[in-house]
Each structure stands twice: as structure tokens, then as C-alpha cells.
Write a protein that binds this ligand. Structure first.
Ligand SMILES: Cc1ncc(COP(=O)(O)OP(=O)(O)O)c(N)n1
Ligand SMILES: Cc1ncsc1CCOP(=O)(O)O
Ligand SMILES: [Mg+2]
Length: 515
């Protein structure tokens, strides 16, 4: 491989073959191809299957499985691995050993394990005794496991058939393992007419639980949804998506496949889910439940203190296209840029200063004089007290700021997001605008690990074509055309203006591109 650049990342699926072409290896390879990675397979069992059931599970010999893994690792190095059906304890051990070897050679990659124990048809696919081996040997090597609620109960012991018992079973697994958990909810309805997946990430004190909720899609063709979901996540991880983003995009990919299906039914039973390309429509994406919302009561995560300050539906700006949006740290800059005809501005004061209130009061007064859309970063109480046009908050501020008070005062609200998950999360607040960043590397703020790039920006912007969106981070005159091509109506910049040799010229040139 040396010297040859791989254009498409490689993803392996270690799973069972479905002779009916709807689930297992077949669904995995369709998904991987659809999402732009090259799929390789190591087959654990040749199941005899159709859309009606599973007449036989023909488990491959250990040597057959091992030889496939060895052949792949000699040539086709993976960027992520998806594991599906492991038919017995010996296969669990073999795969676990193989993963440990990869780790010891410094070749570890993200591993997504879909513990395929029961097919959608109800057929049992793995020996009962594999549960303990999975827990002891495989889970410690996985980054994410994606059980359905039946498989969750199988792994954790007990039942997992309502929000509280699913949360309890998930916590039991999370207590012992580093792996994140995505419990798929296609088999039950916590709220009538909806499906809900539980995403658990982090560990110890920082464990995070999110319900991803979608309208139930009425279709007969649900075969292979679990395989499709887990291989989509592996593909997205290989493409460099962070775990939570990979989970929500994969959820949308499956929901799109359920909604659009195949052209005509395949088979006489539960046909395969469709594989219909990148999910470009918001309606396929899940809602991310917010713990302060009333709805969270049904899902066992209602937080009374979060509810005290939770609000949604903020005042909308007069336009969805906010144009050039300089972010500056002094009142003097606000005035100079207002003079140049800039309409959207942010005062972002990061250093403690005694005259903060006075600065904000002065900025607000200039804002009124020039009819600016002036947002105050961070200092939401002072923004309310001084009667500012709006406030800009980061994700972490959403848990501490009094959003009810901001809304009641009639202030506009902008929220920072970094990727698909945060975009969907912030969307639940229906803010006045959503900012997406950092698009490029920037020296203004440490955004390492949060770079989006213009292509991903365009994929996110496509979800909210009529909503005020702002792109920020490392944007300058040269990059601005690629950013505006994504469809966002506003570009926020710091250094492209404040460090420009001639800020007036920079404003004029940037406005010419953006507005
Ligand atoms: C328009 C816009 N987008 C994003 C940010 C970043 O805000 P935040 O996440 O609150 O981080 P700090 O700016 O406070 O460091 C922004 N200020 N403006
Ligand atoms: C505040 C902030 N939030 C995300 S990136 C960024 C800095 C943008 O600065 P610049 O335009 O100089 O890259
Ligand atoms: Mg802030």
C-alpha cells in the first residue's frame, strides 16, 4: 500500500451473510457504498434467509473467519470496523483477539458493534451463551454498541421495555464499559406514533444521555435497519465524523431509507429498508430531546432545574440573511463598522473589565443609532438590562443562562453549534439564528477537533434552507465564496476585518461577496 493514496476510506464489516440481500453483510456493503467508503467483509455465518424468516444459520469455521481477517489486514487497512452477527463464544473470542492484536500493533480504529441476537422477524441468531463472552471480552474493545431494546435486555439482564427500564439497563452497561451506547427504539413506542433511540456517551460524572426522537414511519420494509444503522455509523466515523454526529446522520440515513423504501416491494414479508443516499432533508433527522422540556417527562430525563430556564421560539430577525457579521471586542470597532454600513455585529468581550456594563450600554446606544442587529456575546444578564438587540450563546451556556428571561425581554438569541448533533440540539430552541463553526482553522480561538470544512457546512445548511444561518471560523476574502456557496446567509469574521491592513476595504470586499 505504501505510496498509494487511498481515495475512499476502507471499512470492514465482520458479520453474517443474508442470502435474501436485506440485512447483514449485504446491507452493510450497500450502506458503505452509498456513504462513500469502500466496504470489505469477513463473513461469520451464511444465513439461509428471505423476507419471511431465517431457516438456517450456517456458521463458518473459526479458520474460515480468521483467514478472511488475515487477508484483509495484510492489504486493506480499515479506518473503522463494524461487527454484526457473532454466532458463538468462539467467534466472539476470535474477533476480540484480533482487535487486541490490532491495538497492540498501534492499528486500533473505531469499532461499532451491533449485537445481532434477534432478527426483526423474531428469529434468534446467536447462541445464548455468547452474551457473557460479549460482555467480558468484546465490549471493552468497542467504541459504540448499538443494541435494540431486546438485545439491551439480553446484555444487561432483566427487561428494557419502557423509558425508565431502558435507561436503567443502559446505565448498567455504561457503568462497566468505556463504549458509548445507542439503543435503537424501532421495536417499541414510548410516545404513541414515535420511535426513540437512546444515545449514551461519556463516562463517570460526564455521562450524557440523549433521546433521539422521530415520527414512526409506517412501512413493511424494515429488514436490515440495525445493520444499516451500525454500518452507516462506522462509515461516517471512517469519514472523520465525531461519534454523536455519526449517530444522528446514520439515524437520518435509516429513516430516509424507511420513508423512501425500494422501488416496489421485495419479497412477500418484511422487505429490506431502502438505501437512498445522503439524508438531505431535516424531516429524516431525529429531534434531540432537551431535559428541560415538558416532553422529557415521558422519557425519564426531565430536569426540574433545566425546566426553570428552558424556552423555545425566540424572536426572529427581520431577515434570514444576516450578511457580513463582524465579531469585535470594543465599542470603538462597533462604531467604526456601523459607519461603514455593516448591519449585523457582535460585541465579544472576553477579558474581565470593571466597565463592562458601560461598554455594553455604549454599544447598545450605537446599535440604536445605526439600527444595528447588535448581539452581545456571553453577558446575557447585562444584555437584557441594557436592552440589547440580541445575545449570542455557546452550547455550554444553554445550561446556565436563563433562556426564559432572554425570551421574555424580547431579545434575539444566536447559538453556536459545531456539527450535526449540536445543530439538531440547538434547533430545538428555535433560536433567532444558528451559527456553525469553525469552518476553517482559526488563530482567534482554540477550535481544534471542531473544524467543519465547507462541504460539511453545505450538508448542514441544506437541512435548514430558510433559516438564518451564520458560518464562522477562519473565513477570509479568499474563502468567502466557498462559504456563501453552502447557502448560509451570513458570515461572521474577526481577524479578516480587525487584522486587515485597511478595514474599510476589507468590509467592502467581504460585503460584495456575501451580500
Ligand atoms: C456568530 C458567532 N458564532 C459563534 C461564536 C462562538 O460563540 P461561543 O461558542 O459562545 O464562544 P465564544 O465566542 O464565547 O468564545 C460567536 N461568538 N459568534
Ligand atoms: C469566536 C469563534 N467561534 C468559533 S470560531 C471563532 C473565531 C473566529 O475568528 P476568525 O474569523 O478570526 O477566524
Ligand atoms: Mg460565548
Amino acid at each position: 500500500m505504501s505510496g498509494i493514496e487511498q481515495i475512499r476510506p476502507i471499512v470492514w464489516t465482520i458479520a453474517g451473510s443474508d442470502s435474501g440481500g436485506g440485512a447483514g453483510i449485504q446491507a452493510d456493503l450497500l450502506t458503505m457504498h452509498d456513504l462513500g467508503v469502500h466496504g470489505c467483509s469477513a463473513i461469520t455465518a451464511n444465513t439461509a434467509q428471505n423476507t419471511l424468516g431465517v431457516p438456517a444459520i450456517n456458521v463458518v469455521a473459526d479458520g474460515v473467519l480468521q483467514s478472511q481477517l488475515d487477508a484483509l489486514s495484510a492489504d486493506l487497512k480499515p479506518s473503522a470496523i463494524k461487527i454484526g452477527l457473532l454466532a458463538n463464544v468462539a467467534q466472539v473470542r476470535l474477533v476480540a483477539n484480533f482487535l487486541r492484536e490490532l491495538e497492540s500493533r498501534g492499528e486500533a480504529v473505531p469499532v461499532v458493534y451491533d449485537p445481532v441476537a434477534v432478527a426483526t422477524s423474531g428469529a434468534q441468531l446467536t447462541e445464548d451463551s455468547t452474551g457473557a463472552a460479549v460482555m467480558n471480552e468484546l465490549l471493552p474493545l468497542c467504541d459504540l454498541i448499538t443494541p435494540n431494546s431486546i438485545e439491551l435486555a439480553w446484555l444487561a439482564g432483566g427487561v428494557a421495555d419502557c423509558a425508565e427500564s431502558i435507561l436503567a439497563a443502559a446505565r448498567k452497561i455504561r457503568d462497566g464499559y468505556k463504549s458509548a451506547l445507542l439503543v435503537t427504539g424501532g421495536h417499541g413506542e414510548i410516545e404513541p406514533g414515535t420511535t426513540a433511540d437512546l444515545l449514551c456517551t461519556g463516562s463517570g460524572e460526564r455521562i450524557r444521555e440523549h433521546w433521539l426522537i422521530g415520527k414512526k414511519i409506517e412501512t413493511r420494509d424494515t429488514h436490515g435497519t440495525g445493520c444499516t444503522l451500525s454500518s452507516a455509523i462506522a462509515a461516517l466515523l471512517a469519514l472523520g465524523y465525531p461519534l454523536k454526529d455519526a449517530c444522528v446522520v446514520a439515524n437520518a440515513y435509516v429513516r430516509r431509507g424507511l420513508r423512501l423504501g425500494n422501488t416496489g416491494h421485495i419479497g412477500t414479508g418484511a422487505g429490506p429498508v431502502g438505501h437512498c443516499g445522503w439524508p438531505t432533508e431535516l424531516r429524516d433527522y431525529p429531534e434531540v430531546l432537551i431535559a428541560g422540556s415538558e416532553r422529557a417527562r415521558s422519557y425519564g430525563i426531565f430536569d426540574i432545574s433545566a425546566a426553570a430556564s428552558f424556552a423555545a421560539e425566540f424572536a426572529q430577525p427581520d431577515t434570514t440573511r444576516l450578511g457580513l457579521y463582524p465579531v469585535v471586542d470594543t465599542v470603538e470597532w462597533i462604531e467604526k463598522l456601523a459607519e461603514e454600513g455593516v448591519r449585523t455585529l457582535q460585541l465579544r468581550i472576553k477579558h474581565a473589565r470593571d466597565d463592562l456594563r458601560e461598554q455594553i450600554e455604549r454599544a447598545v446606544a450605537i446599535g440604536r443609532r445605526y439600527d444595528l442587529r447588535l448581539f452581545i456575546n456571553d453577558h446575557w444578564q447585562l444584555a437584557i438590562e441594557c436592552g440589547a438587540y440580541g445575545v449570542h450563546l455557546g452550547q455550554e451556556d444553554l445550561h446556565t443562562a436563563d433562556l426564559k428571561a432572554i425570551q421574555a425581554a424580547g431579545l434575539k438569541l444566536g447559538i453556536s453549534t459545531h456539527g450535526f448533533f449540536e445543530l439538531l440540539y440547538a434547533w430545538q430552541y428555535r433560536p433567532s439564528y444558528l451559527a456553525i463553526g469553525a469552518i476553517y482553522a482559526t488563530t482567534t480561538k482554540d477550535m481544534s477537533g471542531q473544524l467543519q470544512g465547507p462541504q460539511k457546512l453545505a450538508l448542514m445548511a441544506a437541512l435548514l434552507p430558510d433559516y438564518p444561518l451564520v458560518a464562522i471560523g477562519g473565513i477570509n476574502l479568499q474563502r468567502a465564496p466557498d462559504v456563501t456557496a453552502s447557502g448560509v446567509g451570513s458570515i461572521a469574521v474577526v481577524t479578516a476585518i480587525t487584522d486587515a491592513p485597511d478595514y474599510r476595504q476589507a468590509v467592502a470586499q467581504l460585503r460584495a461577496v456575501i451580500e
